[in-house]
Design a protein. Sequence first.
Length: 150
Amino acid sequence: MAQTLTSFYFHLIFSTKNRVELIRQDIESELFAYIGGILNNHDSKLLSAGGTANHIHLLLSLNKNLKFPDLVGAIKRNSSKWIKTKGGMLSKFDWQDGYSAFTVGHSQLAAVKSYIANQKTHHATVLFEDEMREIYGRSEMSFDEEFVFG
């Protein structure tokens, strides 16, 4: 085969620093469009985005030539700079230092998109911390609560 073809899908989750509720609904769609532009600039694609006032979920496809941590850094760095231009309390906006990412198979894309689309309803009854414990458990991922939720 002379051509290299890849299919890398990731469910990426990260929160605002200290999970402060700063992602206002009036900027949310513009924020996700901005993140989509960042991904496009890195020859990657935003497939779905959603979240609450204190964290976001992104479903993305990754360009085969990129290192995932570098892409996440670009998303967080550039979107944080953009949010700060919105003024007021947002001038002090920051994302948390870390993130959680999970691989997604092609057959799982529809389910993950649905999950991301229903974040506001989901979090009416489920805390972020409980959501992440459940996701980590399904992924059999060990974690230190002090660093993840501290």
